[in-house]
Design a binder for this molecule. Structure first.
Ligand code: HPA
Length: 277
């Protein structure tokens, strides 16, 4: 096992980390970029950021990289791109997220994050589309994730691996994001398993627990990122008000449409944040 994952030796199986190293080697070979500095997982509404951040050096079908599955959701892009930023840093854009609700297990869900770490990444940016609980957050607004509540009852950590999650969503990176847009609000992200949307009662529970946005990704990925020592920036696009907060039924099409509508604006914001890292 390489130095990156050395400190994880005693905890659980080395298999997922070996697979991540294998994937990283293939990415280095296919992109011609030996190591990356920043990685981004682009969820609903965030995909255009990849075009705005810098010069695409290489784009590789995700399914050609060890351990990556084709995306299960229409509207998600299944490529892995290496982008050269104006400041000379290399960003890796993971366009293929495997969701927990797909049922392939947590190892698959966090494989992209572990692969990013294996390519040398120190800063992991996780983005998603989410339902808004807090009334002041309007659909179409981005939210800086300040913390999460993981309601999947699962973890990417195996064995007796006790990882500290204080300041999981880096305060430093949130402040840096606010130098680009001072109006960005913090919010607590609640990950449900999905793929069904929440019931209004579940949304009320999440609200009472201290949640501000609800979604079906990110928390497990953030934990895996912290396990390997990466600094995490999390961003949600509120695509809809959560069930019961909005009085009309939720639809996947609504989420896609809201993502498209806000995409230009929030992708430009993200591209600007990335150049500051
Ligand atoms: N709930 C869960 N996931 C989501 C939502 C939601 O309301 N909107 C977009 N992703």
């Amino acid at each position: 096992m390489s130095k990156i994952f050395e400190n994880l030796h005693n905890h659980g199986s080395s298999e997922p980390f070996d697979l991540a190293l294998e994937a990283a080697a293939v990415i280095a070979e296919k992109t011609g970029v030996a190591s990356h500095d920043i990685a981004l997982t682009l969820g609903s509404g965030w995909a255009k950021a990849a075009d705005l951040m810098g010069e695409t050096v290489a784009s590789v079908p995700a399914a050609s990289i060890p351990g990556f599955l084709p995306p299960a959701v229409e509207g998600h892009v299944a490529s892995i791109r290496s982008i050269l930023l104006p400041n000379g840093k290399h960003a890796l854009v993971l366009g293929a997220r495997t969701h927990y609700y797909e049922g392939h297990g947590v190892r698959r869900v966090v494989h992209g994050v572990r692969t990013a770490a294996a390519t040398g990444v120190k800063t992991m940016i996780l983005t998603n589309g989410a339902g808004g609980i807090r009334e002041t957050i309007k659909p179409g607004s981005p939210v800086l994730i300040s913390d999460h509540i993981n309601l999947t009852a699962d973890s990417p950590l195996e064995g007796a691996t006790f990882v500290d999650l204080t300041d999981l969503y880096s305060h430093r990176l949130r402040e840096l994001a606010r130098t680009v847009d001072s109006t960005l609000e913090d919010g607590v992200y609640v990950q449900f398993r999905g793929p069904h949307y929440e019931t209004p009662a579940e949304v009320q529970m999440a609200k009472v627990m201290g949640g501000h946005v609800v979604g079906m990704s990110t928390a497990l990925e953030a934990i895996a990122a912290r396990q390997v020592g990466m600094e995490v920036l999390g961003l949600s696009l509120v695509t809809n008000l959560a069930a019961g907060i909005q009085k009309t039924p939720l639809s996947h099409q609504e989420v896609i449409d809201a993502g498209r509508e806000a995409e230009g604006r929030i992708s430009a914001l993200l591209a600007q944040i990335v150049t500051k890292l």
